[in-house]
Design a protein around this ligand. Structure first.
Ligand code: GLN
Length: 482
């Protein structure tokens, strides 16, 4: 049963092959079996899940069920969920019960989905390996001494290990696409503004975007359908009609123009990875697509720009965690200064503190022009590169990561080498474009991903292009032996 996609499970529910309560119990049993090994979840909401499943069953009986009714899901612990612990994987929020729900989780709940729990992640979504979590590292289900990627590592590992058919995540610089690639699942990061950020704990507000982990593009289309849309509670959410993402999945890709950025095939890319990408492109050529070389000249600026912009925004966003209003407070503070200082020093982990300090520095009076303003100008040039490219091609393809999953602990003492694992994903966030990672093969038994980058609001086209590939390949159907 766990190998079935959301689409298949939804059919089974509607046909009465099993109830949502049975399905939910089945996945809870899997969580109980594999959670001790994988550490993919921070909170398991068994009781409320069974309650929600019961309600879903009633809806199914009444004939009013939608595609998502009764389907279990796991949410990244960055989404506020009313009445349920929401930690962002930080000691700072270890005791925080959200007083309201995010739009994302609310929309999915209203569609009848059953929340099984909250996924482990890098602390405040800062990381590429899930090792910065206060609750410990997540293991890659394909090989337990490897990282699952990050920051949405728990969400990716959970879907790969089939602890739930689908999960949610967020992507600020690659946090959906990179773990999806390293865990062999389908990961979608939509256009900035497509999905509301309301109730999603902020890391870097101009880059953060919610998205999905699924076993296929077809499943991602169903989730996005419900997650996307305007929300007046998020001033950056965009008021644009949501197209029917499932309706265009079967469109032909004959005549498709695929752009191949030469900068994405640099010496840092594992040659075996490059080979797999070539094979994926061959599959598209067979379907009638053509490959066009393109230039994204500012690609090498994307990591430096990101590590000015993201820390600047994070230093501002995380100033709200002061030990006064909510979250962690130090024991017996001497005075107010001591309360702020110790609460923040004790409540935040190393990586988060590193980012806050970088951000405070680049925003300070003497350095604002030299760093922050300069980074914003370069960000604009990075967007312009994509604009140029999309005047010639329909979609851009390339690797998601330079290598497959690395060992746990391997990059922990070398932040710059960790930052470089997002070299092919970060520019997409700086430009606000949609990106998708799909399983495209294995290297030494570890999964790797193909990245699809689309023009603004072309999620439907990306899902169509991915779905066509998933009709002629079965990498996305492989599951790890646990
Ligand atoms: N790995 C990047 C970082 O550490 C991106 C994280 C993300 O997308 N949330 O900031």
């Amino acid at each position: 049963m766990h190998k079935k996609s959301l689409t298949e499970l939804s059919e089974g529910l509607k046909q009465g092959q099993y109830s949502s309560v049975e399905l939910t119990q089945y996945f809870i049993d899997r969580i109980n079996t594999y959670q001790p090994t994988l550490n993919a979840l921070i909170t398991v909401t068994e009781e409320s899940a069974l309650q929600e499943a019961k309600q879903a069953d009633e809806l199914i009986k009444s004939g009013d069920a939608g595609d998502l009714t009764g389907i279990p899901i796991i949410h990244k612990d960055i989404f506020c969920t009313k009445g349920i612990k929401t930690t962002c994987a930080s000691k700072m929020l270890d005791n925080f019960i959200a007083p309201y729900s995010s739009t994302v989780t609310q929309n999915l709940e209203s569609a009848g989905m059953v929340m099984l729990g909250k996924a482990n992640m890098d602390e405040f979504a800062m990381g590429s390996s899930n090792e910065t979590s206060y609750y410990g590292a997540v293991k890659n289900p394909w090989q337990l001494d490897k990282v699952p990627g990050g920051s949405s590592g728990g969400s990716a590992a959970a879907v790969a290990a089939k602890l739930a058919p689908v999960s949610t995540g967020t992507d600020t610089g690659g946090s959906i696409r990179q773990p999806a690639a390293l865990c062999g699942v389908t990961g979608l990061k939509p256009t900035y503004g497509r999905i509301s950020r309301f109730g999603m704990i902020a890391f870097a507000s101009s880059l953060d975007q919610a998205g999905t982990f699924t076993s296929s593009a077809e499943d991602a289309a169903k989730l996005l359908q419900v997650m996307a849309g305007f929300d007046e509670r998020d001033s950056t959410s965009i008021d644009k009609p949501v197209p029917d993402y499932s309706a265009t999945l079967n469109d032909s890709v004959a005549g498709l123009k695929i752009g191949l950025p030469k900068q994405y095939f640099d010496p840092g890319l594992d040659p075996l990875m490059a080979e797999k990408i070539e094979q994926a492109l061959d599959a598209y050529k067979k379907m009638g697509a053509s490959i066009i070389d393109i230039d994204l000249p500012h690609t090498d600026q994307s990591i430096p720009v990101y590590y000015v912009v993201a820390p600047a925004e994070c230093s501002s966003n995380l100033s709200r965690f002061d030990g006064v209003r909510y979250g962690y407070r130090c024991q017996q503070p001497k005075d107010l200064d001591d309360l702020y200082k110790r609460s923040r020093s004790e409540g935040f982990g190393e990586e988060v503190k590193r980012r806050i300090m970088i951000g405070a520095y680049t925003l300070s009076a003497g350095y604002y022009d030299a760093y922050y303003i300069k980074a914003q100008k370069l960000r604009r040039l990075i967007s312009e590169d994509f604009k140029q490219a999309f005047s010639k091609v329909d979609v851009i393809m390339g690797p998601v990561t330079p290598t497959t999953a690395f060992n746990i602990g391997e990059k922990l003492d070398d932040p710059v080498s960790m930052y470089l694992s997002d070299i092919y994903t970060i520019a997409v966030n700086l430009a606000g474009l949609p990106g998708l990672s799909i399983p495209a093969g294995f290297i030494d038994d570890m999964p790797m991903g193909l990245q699809l980058i689309g023009n603004y609001f072309e999620e439907g086209k990306l899902l169509n292009i991915a779905h066509q590939y998933q009709q002629v390949t079965d990498f996305h159907r492989q599951t790890p032996n646990l």
